[in-house]
Every structure is written in structure tokens, then in C-alpha cells.
Design a protein around this ligand. Structure first.
Ligand code: UDP
Length: 241
């Protein structure tokens, strides 16, 4: 499927608009599955029909997390305002859940990371209910049974792309309500275990550069996904002309 098919489903408004929409969904008991799109998941969709299905599912809402996704949409003349970053959206939803005394499930990351985040939230928001489980158990579908029993208002899954999104999508039908989002490495940042890129990198949309400098093993993944992605988008844009 052409990248265009996924990109035209991506939210075109501002990060603030989307955060309000997601908060509202959580507070009103709507069911919402958010995919924070970067080139990696869009490239996966081209090789894995299950990823393609989840991106094209009308129940899925996609936001442009990576700057390359925003660039690609502009190149294809699709409406888009700015990045809607997963880590900021996750933080915003956690804070709203905390203030409103909602129920949150955190699945993924290392045990010390996810339990530190759960503890931090509980300290900050005594009225919140938080359950968590690390992302290294063998049977993550079984973990979802625990989530189902809790029926949380917000479920964040930090297992990396696309495992986290596939897992949520497989179980979405079992939930009448709740906001679900795959958040990649966000627990590492929100728990304070890993530093987010300094503000200058965030402002100039070069967080990816900071992450590669800190963790050079990311370079291969970056090349495979981002560079190939932009090459394909360029091709598609030329064909459109
Ligand atoms: N992770 C996990 N279980 C696994 C593999 C990864 O819980 O089997 C976690 C890992 O600890 C990290 C997150 O998934 O917190 C993925 O982070 P990464 O930085 O790779 O994701 P990105 O933000 O680049 O999508």
C-alpha cells in the first residue's frame, strides 16, 4: 500500500488540539487507540499486513510524532500543522488522569523504570489508581487479561514499535472504553531514568540526532527507516506531479 494511504489518515491539527481531544475522550469514557507515527511504523506497514491493518482501521487515530512524517505530509500536499509527540501526549494524559483520580495501566519498559514512574505518579496524584507491569514477560497477551480486568481509563504500552501497537490492536475489541497508546521509550524519560534531549534539540526537531549521538546503535534503525522513508515519499510526490 502506498505511504500516502496512511499519511492521509494522520491528524492535521496542532498538538494542543489533539491533547485536548484525547483528554476529553479519556474523561468521557470513549474508547480511543492512538498511534504516534514515525517512519518506522509506516515502513513496517509496508512489509507486515497486521501493521497495515491497524493503521487503516477506522478506530485508530494517528498523530505525526516524527518530524519526517510532518515533512512527508507537506511534500504530498496533505494538510498538517506540527508534530504531536508521543512523550508529551503521554505526560499530558497522565497528568489529566492524575488530577481526575482516574485508573491508569502502564505496561512495558524495565521493572525499575515502570515502577519508578508508577510511584512518581502516585506521589504526585494521591487520587490516581496506577497498576504496572514491566515489558519483559513472555506472554504479553496474558498481561492484557490483567488490563481487561482493571478496565483502565488510560493504558500506555512501552514495548517499542510495532510490538506495542500490534498488541493493543489485537485486544481493542475487548474494551468498551479507555484510551490506549503505544509510547516507545517514553517511560524511560517520564520516570526520570533517561534524560530527554535538551530543549534546543526539541525546538529544532532534531531529537533524533541527540538520540543517535547518545545511543549510536540506533543509527542502523534510523537509516533503514527514515532515509528509505523519505526516499519513497519523494518518489510518491514526483509521481503526483
Ligand atoms: N521494551 C520492553 N520489552 C521488550 C523490548 C523493549 O519493555 O521486549 C521497552 C524498552 O525498555 C523501552 C521501550 O520498550 O522502554 C522501547 O524503547 P525505544 O527507545 O526503543 O523506543 P522508541 O521510542 O525508539 O520507539
Amino acid at each position: 500500500m502506498a505511504l500516502n494511504q496512511y499519511l492521509k489518515r494522520v491528524f492535521p491539527g496542532t498538538a494542543e488540539e489533539y491533547a485536548k481531544r484525547a483528554e476529553q475522550a479519556m474523561l468521557s469514557g470513549e474508547r480511543l487507540f492512538i498511534v504516534t507515527a514515525n517512519p518506522e511504523i509506516l515502513m513496517h506497514a509496508q512489509r507486515d499486513p497486521a501493521v497495515e491493518r491497524l493503521l487503516l482501521d477506522p478506530r485508530t487515530e494517528i498523530v505525526p510524532d516524527g518530524i519526517s512524517v510532518v515533512k512527508a505530509m507537506k511534500m504530498l500536499s496533505l494538510p498538517v500543522k506540527e508534530r504531536v509527540t508521543g512523550v508529551d501526549l503521554a505526560e499530558r494524559l497522565l497528568n489529566a488522569a492524575g488530577r481526575q483520580g482516574k485508573t491508569v495501566y502502564l505496561l512495558g519498559a524495565k521493572e525499575e523504570v515502570v515502577s519508578a514512574l508508577a510511584k512518581k505518579l502516585k506521589l504526585q496524584y494521591p487520587a490516581i489508581t496506577v497498576r504496572c507491569r514491566n515489558g519483559y514477560s513472555k506472554d504479553k497477551d496474558a498481561d492484557f487479561q490483567e488490563i481487561k480486568a482493571l478496565a483502565p481509563d488510560l493504558t500506555l504500552v512501552a514495548l517499542g514499535v510495532p510490538a506495542q501497537d500490534l498488541l493493543i490492536h489485537r485486544h481493542l475489541d475487548e474494551f468498551p472504553k479507555g484510551v490506549f497508546m503505544g509510547v516507545g521509550g517514553s517511560f524511560d524519560v517520564l520516570s526520570g531514568s533517561k534524560k530527554r534531549a535538551p530543549a534546543l534539540f526539541v525546538k529544532t526537531n532534531t531529537e533524533w540526532l541527540y538520540r543517535i549521538a547518545k545511543e549510536p546503535q540506533r543509527l542502523g534503525r534510523f537509516w533503514n527507516n527514515n532515509v528509505k522513508f523519505l526516499r519513497e515519499v519523494k518518489k510518491a510526490a514526483q509521481q503526483k506531479k
